[in-house]
Design a protein around this ligand. Structure first.
Ligand code: AMP
Length: 290
């Protein structure tokens, strides 16, 4: 498996692959790969003859007091996992390669980019949209693979790809969870033993809402209150947001309909975790919805 370090190398690799008439897939990540990332790479390898995995801890999507410096970096293990799942190349640029000295160009997705995580983490989606735009422009993939775990990110990127006519199809893969329900995240390694237990509050709230919807409850106020109550039972966990929104615009909705996104973010100690469920949509058609 090749490790590419420059945008020029990535572009050249992609052009050769596409000149052979084969589909190119891109899986953007920040590394510290786990089974969630593995599922994206597997999905990419299943539908694209050539797959690149990017590993780049993107400084512009971290706030000044966030965990950029201590974000886990496990490059050698990441390369092994990516190769085992079918990646052909790893794109692992230095910061200066994606942000040359004096870089002053950013991508902002108005409205959507300021909702949910964009509201809690000002500038976060500006950083995400900017780096993903750079990756898509360089690799020109036929398809790029993202996790529903970051559903708000998917909404922002869909808008960006449509607005900039980037021509890449976004494929969204279901959330991979631990057996007890916790959504896999590179940040889970920050959790102490006690925090790991407390972190289950997020998936518990999600399941509570799913159960209510299954019993035909659709009113946002009832669903939100049920999730609030779940969090209230675990005071060590501090809610950032609990929201029922339209999956595409991230605007609040009063009634859950198929495709509504129920999303939570919460602090467990110093670690911010997120989780969500797309209401009334079977796992197998989530990809087509986003
Ligand atoms: P990250 O490295 O955290 O930026 O994530 C890279 C990609 O992996 C994003 O598209 C995430 O949504 C996706 N991802 C992260 N965790 C999971 C998970 N538990 N299940 C599915 N996809 C995930």
């Amino acid at each position: 498996m090749q490790i590419l370090r420059t945008v020029g190398e990535l572009r050249a690799w992609s052009r050769v692959a596409r000149s052979q008439g084969a589909a190119v897939g891109l899986v953007p990540t920040m590394g510290a790969l786990h089974a969630g990332h593995a599922s994206l790479i597997r999905a990419a390898a299943a539908s694209c003859a050539h797959v690149a995995v990017s590993i780049f801890v993107n400084p512009t999507q971290f706030g000044p007091n966030e965990d950029y410096a201590r974000y886990p970096r496990t490059f050698d293990a990441d390369c092994k996992l990516a190769q085992a799942e079918g990646a052909e190349v790893i794109f692992a640029p230095a910061v200066e390669e994606l942000y040359p000295t004096g870089a002053a160009t950013f991508v902002e997705v108005d409205g959507i980019g300021d909702r949910l995580d964009g509201k809690s983490r000002p500038g976060h989606f500006r950083g995400v949209a900017t780096v993903v735009a750079k990756l898509l422009i360089a690799a020109e993939p036929d398809r790029a693979f993202f996790g529903q775990k970051d559903a708000a990110q998917v909404a922002v990127l869909r808008r960006m790809v449509a607005d900039m006519r980037l021509g890449t199809e976004l494929v969204v893969c279901p959330i991979v969870r631990e057996s007890d329900g916790l959504a896999l995240s590179s940040r889970n390694i920050y959790l102490s033993h006690d925090e790991r237990m407390q972190a289950l509050t997020l998936s518990r709230a999600i399941r509570r809402v799913e159960a209510l919807v299954a019993s035909d409850e659709r009113r946002a106020e009832i669903l939100l209150a049920a999730a609030q109550a779940t969090f209230a039972a675990e005071p060590a966990v501090r809610v950032d947001y609990i929201a029922l929104v339209d999956w595409a615009t991230l605007e609040p909705v009063a009634m859950a309909v198929p495709g509504s996104l129920f999303a939570v973010a919460a602090w467990v100690g110093a670690t911010r975790l997120i989780d969500n469920v797309v209401i009334g949509v079977e796992r197998r058609i989530i990809e087509q919805l986003f």
